[in-house]
Design a protein around this ligand. Structure first.
Ligand SMILES: NC(=O)c1ccc[n+]([C@@H]2O[C@H](COP(=O)([O-])OP(=O)(O)OC[C@H]3O[C@@H](n4cnc5c(N)ncnc54)[C@H](OP(=O)(O)O)[C@@H]3O)[C@@H](O)[C@H]2O)c1
Length: 233
């Protein structure tokens, strides 16, 4: 794998993914809103940027050309189907054998077997109900985006992030198939390591058509419950 596209490259997660991908020797192209291009100045000519909204099908078509992998930040912004439009464009235009990695949070469930705390359920319910009224956030559209991904036969991975914190890398996060697995109980990951996992997923075939829920490898729930997981990648 040589060339990858990062859709939503100018955000915090996008910039961490860019750094990790460059460190690993990938050619990196990316898509971000025109007003955000300046946030990427520090990468200089090491990346190629296609300015545009991430649900702009013409921009995505051009950006993913020749890419072996696409890392997409699925963000539930606005009330005009931004997340589902973004996911659809990536799935429609990426090469058939490209690895497609999408980000979201634990609130997304693939098979309904995740077990959430009452607090997580309450927060999710409030954001889902109140978000669209503010016209800033539409969690239902992010849910629709992942529904389409789960239904597709593309080589996808949907990485479900826990709560995030800033700080230096602790290494590759640990993952479980379902929220509610005791190993995830600490519910905290460094944002840079979320990005590390997204990039790692490009080349880990065990993650094809899987929706891993991740947690930081130094989290107490990992150290105390499944320390053996720290032996592998
Ligand atoms: N925040 C958390 O605690 C958390 C927890 C778990 C999972 N996640 C997941 O992590 C991913 C990244 O989320 P993040 O919160 O950490 O933010 P982030 O990395 O800063 O990314 C936000 C993205 O949304 C774009 N954006 C911001 N405002 C927008 C608008 N009004 N219209 C269109 N695009 C807009 C940003 O682009 P610009 O640079 O153009 O603004 C950026 O690409 C998401 O998939 C999220 O579901 C987040």
């Amino acid at each position: 794998m040589k060339r990858i596209c990062i859709v939503g490259i100018s955000g915090k997660l996008g910039q961490y993914m860019t750094k990790h991908a460059l460190d690993l020797g990938y050619d990196v192209v990316g898509v971000c809103r025109p007003e955000s291009v300046g946030k990427l100045d520090h990468f200089g000519d090491r990346i190629t940027v296609f300015p545009g909204r991430t649900d702009d099908r013409d921009v995505i078509r051009e950006a993913v050309k020749g890419c072996d992998g696409v890392l997409t930040v699925l963000a539930p912004w606005g009330v005009d189907n931004y997340a589902s439009g973004t996911a659809q464009a990536v799935m429609d235009f990426a090469a058939p054998d490209a690895r497609l990695i999408f980000s979201c949070g634990w609130h997304i469930t693939r098979d309904g077997k995740d077990r959430y705390s009452w607090k997580l359920r309450l927060v999710e319910w409030l954001v889902r109900k109140i978000g669209p009224l503010t016209r800033f956030v539409d969690l239902n559209d992010q849910i629709e985006a992942t529904r389409r991904i789960f239904a597709s036969d593309r080589l996808w991975t949907v990485v479900r992030g826990s709560d995030l914190e800033e700080g230096p890398s602790e290494g590759l996060p640990v993952w479980a198939e379902h929220v509610g697995d005791p190993v995830l109980a600490s519910n905290l990951t460094r944002r840079t390591d979320f990005a590390l996992f997204m990039v790692h997923a490009l080349t880990d075939d065990r993650l094809i058509q899987v929706a891993p829920a991740i947690v930081g490898r130094n989290a107490p729930s990992v150290q105390q419950i499944r320390p053996e997981l720290l032996l592998g990648p």
